[in-house]
Design a protein around this ligand. Structure first.
Ligand SMILES: [Cu+2]
Length: 313
């Protein structure tokens, strides 16, 4: 059933691309389904005008094995779709609210007035705006409707990767969005978001791409000698990330994802809530290398995945 659903969505997506004349930006297959959330970054569409569609949608998401939580989402997944554009592109955003409550969208990659474009959108309504990303980087988008901590902790966030005008060298590219979930159990194995735990910063799960431990079962796979480029966004809402790969060192870290801010030889890099970083490493010895937040109280709550390095071809 999951396979058939996936294929159906894929067909609809292809039809959408054909009907729109190929003008839709290409999101990663952003579904919290079997096999987990696909972390691979797809290339940016060659078009200068990038059209992004975000739909607020209520969705039950399994954030850890057996823990299915009714969440507020963009496009039915947590995180929402990963968008990939270039510095200087024209980005046209359409946000449609298909839920019974107010939501909004805030793009950190944009420079535009909050009081005009980032305001709550009523149920059944939509809003459209455009912006030109001035800086390359790993940027968050999210719902900012008050209380924002509740909308973010309930799943309304995602990443937009803005490539620099001068492209980076080829690499195996992955996107990891770290975030927290705060829940309480109800009857019959049901779960609900827990606002008090959010305010107390007592997370039940700290995860990459919306589900605890998913990249232990489904590691990121590369070969020895590959340049690995990790685009890491910290969606929070409240914890700092201490991003680290066990067994290796980052050759370069681009602060906020901008190559103009390059650090060299970094063991652990701190990423604030609402911030991002691009981290590059080239692992030359085959093996398994975990990636974690080195804030170890949280690692065991799901913030650990694996990079599997196969022998060079
Ligand atoms: Cu919202």
């Amino acid at each position: 059933m999951a396979t058939r659903l996936g294929r159906g969505r894929w067909i609809l997506y292809v039809l959408g691309v054909i009907i729109s004349g190929g003008l839709l930006a290409l999101p990663v297959a952003a579904q919290n389904g079997e096999g987990g959330y696909d972390p691979a970054l797809v290339p940016a569409s060659p078009q200068h005008v990038q059209r992004l569609t975000l739909i607020a949608k209520d969705q039950i998401v399994e954030v850890a094995p057996g823990v299915k939580v009714p969440l507020w989402t963009f496009n039915g997944s947590v995180p929402g779709p990963i968008f990939h554009v270039r510095q200087g592109d024209e980005v046209r955003v359409t946000f449609v609210n298909k839920t019974p409550m107010q939501h909004s969208v805030d793009f950190h990659a944009a420079t535009t007035p909050w009081n005009v474009w980032y305001q709550p959108v009523n149920p059944g309504k939509s809003i459209s705006f455009s912006f030109v990303p001035r800086y390359p980087g790993v940027f968050m988008y999210h719902c900012g409707t008050p209380p924002a901590f509740m909308h973010i902790s309930s799943g309304m966030y995602g990443a937009i990767i803005v490539d620099p005008a001068t492209p980076l060298p080829p690499a195996k590219e992955f996107v990891l969005v770290e975030s927290e979930f705060y829940v309480h159990a109800g009857p019959n194995n049901t779960y609900q978001p827990d606002a008090q735990k959010v305010l107390d910063v007592r997370p039940d799960y700290v995860v990459f791409n919306g589900a605890a431990d998913q990249y232990q079962a489904h590691p990121l796979v590369v070969r020895a000698g590959d340049r690995i480029r990790l685009y890491v966004l910290n969606a929070g809402p409240s914890l700092f990330s201490a991003f680290h790969v066990i067994g290796w060192i980052f050759d370069k870290v681009y602060v906020d994802g901008n190559p103009a801010n390059t650090l060299h030889g970094i063991q652990t890099y701190q990423i604030p809530p609402g911030g991002g970083a691009t981290l590059e490493l080239t692992i030359t010895q085959p093996g398994t290398y975990p990636f974690v937040t080195h804030a170890f109280a949280y690692t065991g709550k799901g913030a650990i995945g694996l990079i599997k390095v196969l022998p060079a071809k």
